[in-house]
Design a binder for this molecule. Structure first.
Ligand SMILES: Cc1cc2nc3c(=O)[nH]c(=O)nc-3n(C[C@H](O)[C@H](O)[C@H](O)COP(=O)(O)OP(=O)(O)OC[C@H]3O[C@@H](n4cnc5c(N)ncnc54)[C@H](O)[C@@H]3O)c2cc1C
Length: 440
């Protein structure tokens, strides 16, 4: 029986399932060799896009993971405010209805043949597509810091990055009675560039509450030349760090950790000199990198990211390929907020392409960094390409506020589970335009 027949059956089942509200993912279980849409990765971006595309044809979501995490919660997990379990859902609850979940990894891309090759139970199988959406995220590279992999999760060396890792951050922090606490930001790309310093402010607040802050020194070592990449927020954060008595070392890059000796080695990126600092707690913001599966494929740009037009999100060479989220080459902060804004643009553009029309959706680089600064307050950084300020509210969001902290802690998680990954929350662009009467 040919692919067309299977696609018809698939489409029929999708509609029937849609009516009966039965869980549609993975049903029919039959493996099709062709789908209208292949979505590579079922994380934030993959689910958001697949939810919408299910209305337009057969969709395969390829992802091996059993669990889906709301990663922005891990900062709060590290500070003992939420738990890892609260950040987790079973993947089968998240894969959108009306799509087929192939629970395996993609091993390779052949965009000339419109095909991807699969791993595991589907080994040696290829699936072809009319349209491909790459949403594979990125890779956390603890191994790029000498000695880190061996000691992470013990000896006071922790990181909120990676599923389950933030539990140890809280274990270490809640036991601190005094000593040196170091927080690091890597030399190179990282998802959620604010997360490495958010945990420092939360640690500061916890230590004050525990009555041991005066016994502790807290220092933020960042490989960047400033505390934050956008000047408006950098100046507020610098004075906050000063007020809280937190040291800030810029152009200081963690290169080596000796967990047993409790020593961290930093390279000064300006002078090339190395210095060794002892620690009682070391929180690492890890180097991140493109995943080899796309970095070594024809889809990659010279840095390894999926090479897309930064406004349309369409691949620069293969017009039926799009990419969303951490894996794409858009020069802006890699966050779930970025995914939300991109998902609307990508959906609009793919529909245009299907109709043979000019792509009109244009992504402005919107990203957001909710910087928890302690005392139940937050600096809500929102910006786009070239540091353009894209704040939603009609007040200065650089001021630490209780309201924005409440949004981060209580509103954003349900917005993620019930809006973003369902493809309906496409970022606050509409509210921003209303609040600023269309001027921002
Ligand atoms: C500590 C921390 C704090 C953060 N804080 C915030 C915040 O406050 N605000 C914010 O907006 N963002 C924040 N983020 C960032 C945000 O979570 C990510 O940017 C976002 O989830 C990226 O979505 P994605 O779809 O690109 O990737 P992911 O959601 O990571 O999904 C990638 C998917 O691809 C799958 N996959 C990988 N390899 C393969 C393969 N070979 N084949 C098939 N599937 C594969 C994975 O299993 C995964 O499900 C934070 C992240 C961290 C770690």
């Amino acid at each position: 029986m040919n692919n067309r027949f299977y696609n018809l059956v698939n489409e029929f089942m999708r509609r029937v399932i849609g009516i009966s509200k039965r869980p549609a993912h993975g049903f029919p279980q039959r493996f099709l060799s062709h789908y209208n849409f292949v979505v590579a990765g079922g994380g934030s971006g993959g689910c958001a896009v697949a939810s919408n595309l299910a209305k337009h044809g057969s969709v395969a979501v390829v992802d091996p993971a059993d669990s889906h995490y709301y990663q922005p919660m891990w900062t709060l997990v590290g500070a003992g405010i939420k738990t890892t379990e609260q950040s987790r859902r079973r993947q089968k609850q998240c894969i959108p209805n009306g799509t087929t979940w192939l629970q395996t990894s993609i091993e390779g891309f052949d965009p000339e043949e419109n095909s991807v090759s699969l791993h595991g139970a589907y080994k040696d199988k290829k699936i072809t597509y009319d349209y491909l959406i790459v949403a594979l995220g990125l890779e956390i590279r603890f191994d790029k810091v000498n000695g880190l992999t061996e000691t992470l999760g013990k000896n006071g060396v922790c990181s909120n990055y990676g599923a389950g890792n933030a539990d140890y951050t809280w274990e270490v922090l809640s036991a601190v009675k005094g000593g040196d606490l170091l927080f690091t930001f890597p030399n190179g790309p990282i998802k959620c560039a604010g997360a490495p310093q958010k945990i420092m402010y939360l640690a500061d607040a916890h230590l004050r509450k525990a009555g041991v802050r005066r016994n502790c020194s807290l220092t933020y070592h960042t490989a960047l030349p400033a505390i934050f990449g956008v000047p408006k927020y950098a100046s507020v954060l610098s004075s906050l760090a000063r007020k809280k008595g937190c040291g800030v070392e810029t152009k200081s890059n963690l290169v080596e950790v000796d967990g047993e000796k409790k020593e961290a080695v930093f390279e000064n990126l300006e002078t090339g000199e190395y210095s060794t600092h002892t620690f009682d707690m070391l929180h690492v913001g890890p180097p991140c990198a493109p995943l080899p599966v796309y970095a070594t494929s024809p889809l990659a740009d010279s840095a390894g990211w999926v090479d897309v037009n930064k406004h349309t999100l369409q691949h620069n060479k293969y017009e039926n390929v799009f990419a969303i989220g951490d894996c794409n080459s858009c020069p802006t902060g890699k966050t779930a907020a970025k995914v939300a804004a991109e998902s609307g643009v990508l959906y609009e553009n793919i529909q245009k392409l299907m109709k043979g029309e000019k792509l009109s959706g244009s992504y402005n680089g919107y990203t957001s960094c909710p910087l928890t600064v302690g005392d139940n307050k937050l600096v809500l950084a929102e910006f786009g390409y070239d540091g353009a300020i894209l704040e939603t509210f009609p007040f200065n969001q650089a001021n630490p506020m209780w309201l924005t902290y409440f949004l981060k802690k209580e509103v954003m998680p349900p917005l993620y589970w019930h809006g973003l990954i369902k493809g309906t929350w496409r970022g606050p662009g509409v509210f921003r335009k209303l609040a600023h009467l269309g001027t921002v």
